[in-house]
Design a protein around this ligand. Structure first.
Ligand SMILES: *Cc1c(COP(=O)(O)O)cnc(C)c1O
Length: 419
């Protein structure tokens, strides 16, 4: 459930009519609903009521906006970060260092040192080599890094290939068969406190079955490592729960997910950690856009909107579907291709889609754009970096400014030999 709905025929974010935001700051623009973020954060936590004091770390890469992180910090969420930049955002949002987990296959020495300096809660190690390097950096600074080993369970998540992470051929985690040996070696290194295992098999999972298989394998591994005499006190089950992108699409509910987790982990005797991203933020945002022109096509007409693949990359990257609705529908319908202005055929949001009838100047919105939306934006085609707005009740504020092409140009320099 979200807080984007029509009132008197006008699409609102909570109590704010979207045309008012478009009139004030222009389009394209992302609009987030604080009440929806809060609701999703609470529903996810309630889903885990069968689990003893779960540790919730929002996957910052899904939506790193400072205001969004601040809302989730207020809900008691920590952060799962994958870069030094995300670490600084989580800290700036007021998340306690102890509630921050650092994931990612390519943490460099400077990022590790900074994370140690601020005292993050856990490093999720993605290779033996990374563990050895982290141990050395920590030891040389007189510190001990708490760490979990990310395991690749070789489970097919059944999601889009580009967002699958738990198959043997993916770059993530250590091979399941080697994990116990690697854990044992890392556990013996000074500077490292090996305390757990981690898994994350992919994103936008439509079924719980692959997650259940992965968690079951992880539990087996935990028992084997304990039998070798090592401590395993923290089990990080990652993120990946899907959200409905199409009206009527069914995805696992947080309650179903939580019940499955509680069943699989009942006898684990370990602190459980979670890294939800999309399920918290996805349906808490829309991308507002205005129709520039309607152009006849060989088949269906092209509705050319002022948002493009640089603002919302998911359709171009993953063939993703975003529902597309008029801000003030007339009741008429049309079948159209929805495209942006960028000079690439991949700048296509939908083909032959049945949508609200639109004419130039009309305002519309791509739904479910709160996760992996603005964070993937670029300035391709020398377009602006898209702004972000947060709504709370009848209030709204710009939480990320539009960065105009002139500002990007100002950061470029012509070398003196060309001047
Ligand atoms: C991206 C990512 C997540 C979040 O995935 P969602 O599908 O958005 O829940 C969690 N953990 C790790 C390690 C990730 O890379």
């Amino acid at each position: 459930m979200d807080h984007f709905a029509y009132r008197q025929g006008v699409l609102h974010a909570e109590d704010v009519p979207l045309p008012a935001i478009a009139a004030a700051i222009g389009t394209p623009a992302y609009v987030y609903s604080q009440a929806t973020l809060v609701r999703h954060a609470r529903v996810f936590r309630e889903g885990l009521s069968g689990v003893n004091s779960p540790h919730l770390a929002f996957a910052v890469k899904a939506n790193p906006n400072l205001a969004v992180l601040k809302v989730l910090a207020g809900e008691g969420y920590g952060a799962d970060v994958v870069s030094g930049g995300e670490l600084e955002r989580a800290l700036a949002a007021g998340m306690a260092p102890a509630d921050i987990v650092f994931s990612g296959v390519g943490k460099d020495a400077a990022e590790m040192a900074r994370a140690l300096e601020v005292g993050i809660g856990q490093f999720n190690l993605e290779s033996e080599e990374e563990g050895v390097e982290l141990a050395a950096i920590a030891h040389s600074r007189g510190r001990t890094a708490s760490a979990a080993l990310r395991v690749n369970p070789d489970v097919d998540a059944g999601t889009h290939g580009k967002i699958s992470t738990g198959k043997a051929e993916n770059k993530f985690g250590v091979p399941f068969d080697r994990a116990a040996a690697i854990y044992a070696r890392l556990a013996g290194l000074p500077g490292l406190n090996m305390r757990g295992l981690a898994v994350h098999i992919g994103s936008q999972l439509a079924s719980l079955a692959p997650l259940e298989r992965a968690f079951t394998r992880l539990g087996d591994l935990m028992r084997a490592i304990r039998a070798d005499g090592h401590n395993v006190t923290h089990m990080d089950l990652g993120g990946g729960v899907g959200v409905p992108y199409k009206a009527g699409e069914i995805t696992p509910s947080p309650a179903e997910y939580g019940a499955m987790v509680a069943r699989i982990t009942a006898d684990w005797d370990a602190a459980l950690m979670f890294e939800p991203g999309r399920v918290i933020a996805g349906n808490a945002g829309v991308l507002l856009t205005r129709v520039i022109r309607v152009k006849p096509g060989a088949g269906n007409p092209f509705v050319i909107v002022d948002a493009a693949m640089n603002d919302l990359a998911r359709p171009a990257l993953y063939d993703a579907w975003h529902d597309f609705v008029a801000a003030e529908p007339t009741g008429q319908r049309m079948t159209a291709n929805i495209v942006g202005p960028i000079c690439e055929s991949s700048d296509t949001f939908a083909m032959a889609r049945d949508i609200d009838a639109l004419v130039p100047g009309d305002l519309a919105a791509f739904r479910t754009a709160g996760a992996y939306g603005a964070t993937m934006a670029s300035t391709y085609n020398s377009r602006s970096l898209v702004p972000e707005v947060m709504v709370s009740g009848a209030r709204w504020a710009v939480v990320a400014e539009r960065i105009a092409p002139a500002a990007i140009l100002a950061a470029e320099h012509v070398p003196d030999w060309l001047a």
